[in-house]
Unconditional design. Sequence first.
Length: 304
Amino acid sequence: MMRIWKIWIIGCAVLCVAACGESDETRQQRAKAEQDKLDAADRAALKVGVMPTLDCLPIYLLADSVFYDTTKVDIRLRPFTAQMDCDTALFGGSVEGSVTDLVRVERLRRRGLPLKCVTSTNIHWQLIANKKARLKDLSQFGDKMVAMTRFSATDLLTDKAVKKGKPKYPVYKVQVNDVNIRLHMMQNDEIDAAWMAEPQATAARLAGHNMVTDSQQDSLRLGVVAFRVAVLADDKRDAQVQEFLKAYNRAVDDINKKGVKHYAALIHKYMGMDETVAGKLPDVKYDQVREPLQKDVAAAQQAF
């Protein structure tokens, strides 16, 4: 009798183990099916590369507030802190479009990536000098280090600044791609000067560093949102981009109506700036969708 009971117990144990194995397998299959569904949705979505800079505020707002028809497009943002990382994502195809600048667009085109600039942006860069460097004029930049990004708007702007200032000694262009690292280096006195957009420029000025020049003085608008031409050639993708641009215009209208400071929480969330910095930002106005001017395109092309 004891032998029968032992056999029965062993049999139950085997059945339990088998049942558990089947349950694990079922869970794994379900998890894989769910992941496949998520991956498919991500591939179908319109992915846009963004930076923690104020020119991206309309894009953050349109996504955060869902200013678009979700039945027509699923917009997903891919945040980066270095423009070159945005461009790598564009080149590799992990995003359909990205915020960038005309010099970078020309660089990518020459590397074999056809791009279409669907709108210009209002970004401008300020040359911020470290307070300890005591730089007040472009002529004083000889033998100084300037943080910038190669083959970008800040590279072009450095050349223009050197040409204008005519310093006695060479100016050293130091490649610091991450905009947050530039600000960190300035705050830690590790760089003589750096090109900064908003809100990093305001954060630097609030820390006592001074602006020497602003790219707006050259009347250049080099910021753009660009999409891969191959994306726009696809009817479905092109329809998504058109919905994105409609939502962009809605976001621009909302920001211009309420003011940039109204979005302090959004600036903190996506750009990492506290309320003090947000409260001191300039009164920025945004334009609705418009293609870049030919003079700006020509200036970018002449950089090579």
